[in-house]
Design a protein around this ligand. Structure first.
Ligand code: FES
Ligand code: FE2
Length: 316
């Protein structure tokens, strides 16, 4: 991974609903294969997805008696990473040194598993945006692996200019001209807003106000017409990103959230990220600015130095 582009922090790596009680799952984040599983008390455990014996993928294993069992020779690991059984040596036989696994820092909050990416122990709490959607009634969520680099997607969720064009089918009825733009800071959250206008107004051509909030390193909340879309983003590797979306509508029922979500997923899969992928690589156009301002930590400095002041989105 190109680490210089990533700020240390808690990154979302899985949906709570995606980590079942009986089966481990394997994910790739930050270029590394990880296994997630639930201990008997429901706690999520995260380890590298590599057995200490002959490197088998533990995510292909099973959970037995509250322990993670390797699918190859059946070594079992408890929630602290300790190897507690080597079946070939017999039940009750002492386990020699060198078989324990490191347990990585994860937390489960807001229906999401968060992973600490940075040196040492976690230095702060799991981030959140006021008003972001919790799981539950009226909310719908989905996730997928997008074939586009992380910074490209961060850039995209803050980019209103493409909404009336690329999302013409998904969010019909917004004009293409952007007006009344504002970007400012509310605590550690960057708040963007703009009005989308039609060049020629008409009865069905109303102005649309869009607002987005973004918190480092990877939470975005987009608000439009009583509809809230949260995006949580984490690099899979240099060219792929895990995208977790949670939709909630204040004026519509949960089923409409779900229908919209399915539609959005199809659009996203087929056109959206493909479009981003086809653009120039990072560093060869304006995304250079995004690297400098939004993701390298300089934005944090702006946040520290100018609380409450208006800022200019540097990449527009
Ligand atoms: S590789 Fe896991 S038990 Fe042998
Ligand atoms: Fe989009």
């Amino acid at each position: 991974m190109t680490e210089s582009q990533l700020v240390p922090g808690w990154y979302p790596i899985a949906a709570s609903s995606g980590v079942a009680r009986r089966k481990p799952i394997g994910v790739k984040r930050f270029g590394e294969a990880l296994v997630l599983w639930r201990a008997d008390d429901g706690r999520v455990v995260c380890m590298r997805d590599r057995c200490s014996h002959r490197s088998a993928a533990l995510s292909a294993g099973k959970i037995r008696d509250g322990r993670l069992e390797c699918p190859y020779h059946g070594l079992r690991f408890d929630a602290s990473g300790r190897c507690v059984l080597i079946p070939a040596n017999g039940i009750g036989a002492p386990v020699p040194e060198g078989f324990d696994l490191a347990v990585l820092n994860v937390r489960e909050q807001h229906g999401i598993i968060w992973y600490w990416h940075g040196d040492g122990e976690p230095a702060r709490e799991v981030p959140w945006i006021p008003g972001a959607s919790e799981p539950g009634v009226g909310a719908a969520e989905y996730w997928y692996d997008a074939s586009a680099p992380y910074l490209r997607i961060v850039e995209n969720v803050l980019d209103f200019h493409h909404f009336p064009i690329l999302h013409r089918l998904m969010i019909p009825g917004i004009g293409t001209r952007m007006d009344e733009m504002d970007a400012h800071l509310e605590d550690n959250v960057v708040v963007f807003s703009a009005t989308m206008r039609y060049e020629k107004p008409g009865a069905l051509r109303r102005d649309a106000r869009i607002k987005a909030r973004y918190a480092l390193p990877s939470i975005a909340l987009i608000e439009f017409g009583g509809f809230y879309v949260n995006y949580f983003l984490t690099p899979i590797d240099d060219t792929h990103t895990w995208v977790f979306a949670r939709y909630r509508g204040t004026k519509i029922r949960g089923w409409l959230s779900k229908a919209s979500m399915r539609f959005s997923k199809r659009i996203a899969g087929r056109r959206h990220w493909g479009m981003i992928r086809r653009r120039l690589p990072l560093g060869e156009n304006r995304s250079e600015n995004l690297t400098r301002y939004a993701a390298s930590g300089i934005l944090s400095e702006i946040i520290r130095d100018t609380p409450g002041r208006s800022i200019v989105m540097p990449w527009i």
